[in-house]
Design a protein around this ligand. Structure first.
Ligand code: SIN
Ligand code: FE2
Length: 203
């Protein structure tokens, strides 16, 4: 297993946890599963403004956003299909790095060139005793993470294909976001971009 780097209290990074060949097979499995639950573009509650990110989910519960709010639900909001199971590779990752029972949700985010995600907390989960574990595939991104108050200091990290980031414990409710994607830094994702796979317990 690669070296576990501590970025801040509760924030850990494994560089290239997945080898290039593992990244390729994981990506292929993800795209196969997405055939049943296609990526869609959620909208912001209230304003109805579309996300720049395309999303889908695997697992018992998927995270969705629409005009009514943010929530977890067992099926795809557009086609009604149940979310497919979380890939075994990701369940194995979770059991290796997260000291918690298996995750309910794997959120799939596709960032094409120009997509970003504003600073936010992951706080729609009842169970925040388990960490959030994310896998990056494809283009590099500039990831930002701070403390548990919106106004606190933040730091930037470049996340690359195959990297795994975990935030838990005192950092479980840390503000984080994606400033930008470095388009063209990887050829892994067909059509270009970055795919992230975020594992969470919902409770
Ligand atoms: C998220 O914060 O929900 C997604 C993070 C990521 O894409 O790495
Ligand atoms: Fe998040």
């Amino acid at each position: 297993m690669p070296v576990k780097l501590q970025i801040a209290p509760g924030v850990f990074l494994w560089r290239e946890y997945f080898s290039p060949s593992e990244q390729k097979s994981l990506l292929e499995e993800v795209f196969r599963k997405l055939e049943d639950v296609p990526l869609y573009r959620p909208v912001m509650p209230g304003t109805g403004k579309a996300f720049s990110v395309e999303e889908s989910n695997f697992g018992a519960l998927g995270w969705v956003a629409d005009r009514a709010g943010y929530r977890y639900q067992p099926d795809h909001p557009v086609n009604g299909a149940p979310w497919p199971p979380i890939p075994d590779t990701l369940l194995a990752l979770w059991s290796e790095v997260a000291d918690a029972p298996p995750p309910h949700c794997c959120l799939v985010n596709l960032y094409r060139a120009g997509a970003r995600m504003g600073l936010h907390q992951d706080r729609d989960e009842k169970d925040v005793s388990a960490p959030v574990v994310g896998v990056s595939l494809g283009d590099e991104e500039l990831f930002r993470i701070g403390g548990t108050s919106r106004k606190g200091a933040t730091r930037s990290l470049v996340l690359k294909s195959g990297d795994v980031l975990l935030f838990g414990g005192e950092a479980r409710l840390a503000y984080h976001g994606i400033d930008r994607i470095r388009a063209g830094t990887s050829r892994l994702v067909p059509g270009g971009g970055r795919l992230s796979l975020t594992l969470r317990r919902v409770g």
